[in-house]
Design a protein around this ligand. Structure first.
Ligand SMILES: [Zn+2]
Ligand SMILES: [Zn+2]
Length: 344
């Protein structure tokens, strides 16, 4: 009897993998992309923290190999010591000793993408309400050519500028955001994807958009479009490429060298009427709270404040970056209500 109820208990606690219904993929890479981001979402915080450490070690090694000692030291120092504001179970805030601001640093990338989300989400919500537009995620692609990342990025951005000058585009879109994603194919050719959150004025036949893209690029009609039902999730998806412009595990010394040459390239921007809207937009307190995810509220928390998630008092825990994954692990496995008391 006891065993039976125990077994039942375990069954109900089993978490079923989330199945997301997908439209048939229109090209192979998109199919992979979805499974990749699904996998990423399923990873725990401790796994993601460990991965960030590994990525940074890899980057540091590459930088040393290239003789970029200063860069290696900066990456190594970045987020190496942390002040963690926690109730023992939840983390309200992490303050790092130092941030390197290197574009490929996963810790700095996370900060950057959070900043972008906090900045643009309230504006997006207000813009949608104001203009009665609906957001879509549009991925524009290019043909693979023998060129470097810089050339490839310029080629796709130039094509997008052409597209924006066309009547069809202006009839159907009222601006949005763009971000770049760098990829490499099996033959080692670089190509760039342009991820766009477009605010759609009205429905259109996708084939028309394909032929417009073909006119703008001269050789590619390949694009993918999906409606965004949750704008916060949609924005998170596209700013991900700002923090992770490419797959760093498959990244070699040559790639790093080339990336160092891209220093001033913009990876994210706004366009069209949304661009102008953002210039004048001042978020209200309500907007800031709506961005929420406790993120913006956590900024003012200090030791002794109540944890926003469970109301237990927060305390300041100093640790090294290497200890963070284990701390996450403890927090993930401690049952609700059982709060680890401060030991200092
Ligand atoms: Zn960094
Ligand atoms: Zn808590």
């Amino acid at each position: 009897m006891n065993q039976l109820s125990l077994a039942n208990g375990f069954n109900s606690a089993d978490i079923q993998p989330v199945k997301i219904k997908l439209k048939p993929a229109q090209s192979a890479y998109l199919d992979k992309r979805v499974t990749k981001s699904q996998r990423e979402n399923q990873r725990t915080r401790s796994q993601r923290a460990r991965e960030r450490l590994r990525t940074k070690e890899h980057l540091t090694r590459l930088a040393v190999g290239l003789g970029e000692v200063e860069l290696a030291e900066k990456i190594d120092r970045c987020h190496s010591r942390l002040s963690v504001l926690t109730c023992g179970r939840h983390i309200a805030r992490i303050i790092p000793n130092f941030t390197c601001e290197f574009r490929l640093c996963p810790d700095c990338g996370r900060r950057r993408s959070r900043k972008l989300q906090n900045k643009y989400l309230p504006a997006m919500r207000a813009f949608m309400l104001h203009n009665k537009v609906t957001p879509v995620h549009l991925v524009l692609t290019q043909t693979h050519q023998k060129e470097n990342r810089k050339q490839s990025a310029k080629r796709i951005r130039d094509a997008f500028t052409k597209l924006q000058r066309r009547g069809f585009w202006n009839q159907h879109f009222k601006g949005g955001t763009w971000s770049l994603e760098f990829t490499k194919d099996k033959n080692g050719l670089h190509h760039t994807h342009l991820h766009i959150i477009g605010f759609r004025r009205k429905f259109f036949d996708i084939e028309l958009l394909r032929s417009e893209w073909l006119t703008a690029t001269g050789d590619s009609h390949v694009l993918h479009l999906k409606p965004i039902t949750d704008i916060a999730a949609g924005l998170r998806e596209v700013v991900k490429y700002v923090s992770k412009p490419l797959d760093i595990r498959r990244f070699g010394a040559e790639d790093l060298k080339e990336f160092l040459g891209l220093k001033n390239m913009r990876m994210f921007g706004t366009f069209g009427e949304f661009r102008n809207f953002c210039k004048d937009f001042e978020p209200s307190d309500n907007d800031a709270a709506a961005v929420g995810e406790l993120e913006s509220l956590a900024r003012d928390l200090v030791e002794g404040c109540a944890c926003p998630q469970c109301s237990e008092p927060l305390f300041d825990l100093r640790m090294s970056a290497k200890e963070l994954p284990q701390f996450y692990e403890q927090a993930e496995s401690s049952p609700p209500g059982e709060v680890r008391k401060s030991s200092h």
